[in-house]
Design a protein around this ligand. Sequence first.
Ligand SMILES: Nc1nc2c(ncn2[C@@H]2O[C@H](COP(=O)(O)OP(=O)(O)OP(=O)(O)O)[C@@H](O)[C@H]2O)c(=O)[nH]1
Ligand SMILES: [Mg+2]
Length: 399
Amino acid sequence: MTNINSDNSREWAAQAYALLKKRQEEQKQELERQEEQKQELIDISNKENTSGPSKTIADPELGEFDDNFTWSAMILAAQGKKINQISIDEIDWLTKLRRGLEETRKGFVTELLDKLGDDPLTPESLDDLETLLIRADVGINSTDKVISSLRTKLNEEVVGGEAGIKFLKKELKLIIDKPIKNSGTDLLVPQKGKLNVWLLVGVNGVGKTTTLGKLAYLSSKSNYKTLIAAADTFRAAAVEQLKVWGDRSNVDVISNQSKNADPAAVVFDAINSAKKRNVDLLLVDTAGRLQTKNNLMDELAKIKKIIDKKVPDAIVESLLVLDASQGQNGLKQAKSFAKSADLSGAIITKLDGTSRGGVSLAVSEEVNLPIRFIGAGEGIKDLRPFNSYEFVEAMLADK
Ligand SMILES: Nc1nc2c(ncn2[C@@H]2O[C@H](COP(=O)(O)OP(=O)(O)OP(=O)(O)O)[C@@H](O)[C@H]2O)c(=O)[nH]1
Ligand SMILES: [Mg+2]
């Protein structure tokens, strides 16, 4: 990783900002030019270009040159990005992530730094840190782990405030990375040449359908042949909601309009379609269910069974969607679903709200679930593959 000292960092960020501003201007001009040309063509022949979809998804605009920009640029630089490789999309995303974790951070780093000042860590400051970590929903196990590593370090050497935070970041990252490493897959992407089936499961209202819509967009934009199965047959409006997302991302939705259709039957139909069309990724939306309702949990098992039977060589991912703002409740959900739904990963949503992002650590440590994606907003682009470095930096950013 590139190390940029803080004197240079503002200068570097300013250069990146100027470059992006220039690029944005050029792109705007190019778009206007294309729009004019298109209009001319349509005027000449109104048969022209009516077949292709002309839907455009709004690109984010470059905001102010502020702390958010500088921080985001630094995070990209630290991961080896060069100035000319930075995009407005990435800056926009990191800004959202940092803002989203503000609440988690506020009662945490700020308080910690206030308490520590520039003084070396003491056993008392470790007690304070312990309380802060628990309050931030990091979970008891993760907190114990981090505090005991810090205690060991403290017994060996003097640890200043800043070094303490650095060490803390490293420990938190280790916790989040462990299930990801254990899974053998750093980044979850569909495997080419096979049918990949991703089931989105979770309790009511956590953001399953929205996340599925964003995934459909990400997947089709990355040139994976994508299909959606509307297996939430419980809520009347669920199919319509899904079709809107399908339209936005140009992905077909397989559904069964009849009342009380069997979700497993929808998945059955969708698999047939997926095979015919050589689909890479089938995204399955499921109804929200309380982890305590056994019959609904059995329904998930039935869906899994159908998939295993019809496409035994499919790569199936059962992804638990968790609403970050629900804090410890999310951990409870993860534990119960893991028991009965054979989960392979988690997706954390609503990190843009008054979120309590610490729960990601609890889920990693206590349920051993790799976090695969995070969502921070209701827009189609507001979902990214999970990046533990960015996450921990945003959670513990000190400005
Ligand atoms: N702010 C914010 N809102 C979100 C995010 N993801 C989803 N939402 C909102 O949360 C609400 C519920 O989202 P859905 O996707 O319908 O949730 P669901 O889990 O499919 O709900 P059920 O199907 O009823 O169980 C909607 O208003 C979404 O717009 C997010 O990352 N940020
Ligand atoms: Mg839904």
